[in-house]
Design a protein around this ligand. Sequence first.
Ligand SMILES: C[S@@+](CC[C@H](N)C(=O)[O-])C[C@H]1O[C@@H](n2cnc3c(N)ncnc32)[C@H](O)[C@@H]1O
Length: 204
Amino acid sequence: MNESKPFSAAAERNRNAILEAISEELVPGDRVFEFGSGTGQHVCHFAAALPQITWQPSDLPERLSGIEQWIAESGCSNILPPVAWDLASDHPAAQSVNLCYTANTLHIVSWPLVQRLFQHSAALLPENGKLCIYGPFLINGHYTSEGNRLFDQQLQSRDNKSGLRELNDLNRLARGVGFSDARVVAMPANNHFLIWAFSGSPDV
Ligand SMILES: C[S@@+](CC[C@H](N)C(=O)[O-])C[C@H]1O[C@@H](n2cnc3c(N)ncnc32)[C@H](O)[C@@H]1O
């Protein structure tokens, strides 16, 4: 194994549960755009398990070489080269995708960048496209575990712009750019997998 290849133990732990959830949302021929791909472990695992899906990883420029290493070692031909994609940018480059996906990014980036992620997804997706987001969230204003409450405290003490997001706030944001309310799937370790369908008609 390449010594310098980045590795996330968390991504290794949650990849099968996410694969199971995301595979329910896909049909052969679909194209997925991933925001904040991190190490690239998720996209490689999903692409190997779902070879009829095309996967487009993205992240900040400094993450791309690590993702490229994972892709090269995976041998998967259904993963496109990772693209530099900063949520802070204004205009997403056009992509042909049916589903946008991200894991464990909403509590890392600031609220304005969470807003951007929904705006970018709305710009990328066709009508009936989906946005799927995995991570820890507050549901109806409540932490789903004591561990999540402590994690949120830690995040906010490190950077007060980060922190766990509340599902109702996300739904409000989603409706404003043309998504339905989320379907909510409970996941292991008090995480959730949220699925928004894109109608293209913002609820203003
Ligand atoms: C906790 S990691 C999650 C990585 C991966 N999705 C996973 O679940 O293992 C958060 C990711 O968000 C990315 N990120 C942070 N700020 C970003 C921004 N402004 N635009 C795009 N991605 C960003 C980081 O580079 C990192 O890969």
